[in-house]
Design a protein around this ligand. Structure first.
Ligand SMILES: Cc1cc2nc3c(=O)[nH]c(=O)nc-3n(C[C@H](O)[C@H](O)[C@H](O)COP(=O)(O)O)c2cc1C
Length: 167
């Protein structure tokens, strides 16, 4: 199985989740890339795309919410997030399987999910959903990741791999 895991992460929590998901996917053909280095066009032999980002203001981040993170002391703020990466994607030549996840604060539990919004757009583009959008909890805006969530992310990756014929 060849998989591409694209993540956006400001404080590193979503990146850690992305790497745990990739570990669960298994195999040596798993690329984990941030939105800055993610490919503009997905190669045709990719069997699964996983997209993950932080939930900002009930949705995917925007330039404004990322700027707000910077004002709150974040040092590693990406120029573009998963929203912009998805917006720049052409419709895939075939319905590439896709799964999405986000990170969100555990308390207070707020409505809205970057993963749901991302999935909606990817499906509209022509990707095929292979799992329900998933959420992983973090404590506060900068983390750390809540107990047990990395293990759950790894298992989610294992489940995704099983969805695919080659898995
Ligand atoms: C401007 C801004 C808005 C946010 N809005 C939400 C929100 O609506 N719901 C939520 O659960 N978390 C919200 N958060 C917290 C982020 O989800 C949290 O910072 C993120 O999961 C951490 O992941 P990262 O380390 O990969 O950036 C917000 C954070 C920022 C900076």
């Amino acid at each position: 199985m060849r998989a591409l895991v694209v993540f956006e992460s400001i404080w590193g929590n979503t990146e850690e989740v992305a790497r745990a998901v990739a570990a669960g996917l298994g195999g040596d053909r798993i690329d984990v890339v941030d939105t800055a280095s993610a490919p503009a066009v997905i190669e045709p032999d990719v069997d699964l795309v996983v997209v993950g980002g932080p939930t900002h203001a009930f949705s995917m981040s925007t330039a404004a919410t990322r700027e707000s993170a910077r004002k709150q002391g974040a040092e590693r703020v990406p120029e573009r997030g998963i929203r912009e990466w998805i917006e720049a994607q052409p419709s895939p030549g075939h319905a590439i399987p896709v799964a999405t996840f986000d990170t969100r604060v555990v308390t207070p539990r707020l409505p809205g999910s970057a993963a749901k919004k991302a999935m909606k757009r990817l499906v509209r583009l022509g990707f095929r959903a292979v799992a329900k959008p998933e959420t992983f909890g973090v404590h506060g805006y900068s983390g750390p990741i809540a107990d047990g969530e990395l293990e759950r992310a790894r298992r989610w990756g294992e489940d995704l791999a099983r969805q695919l014929p080659a898995g």
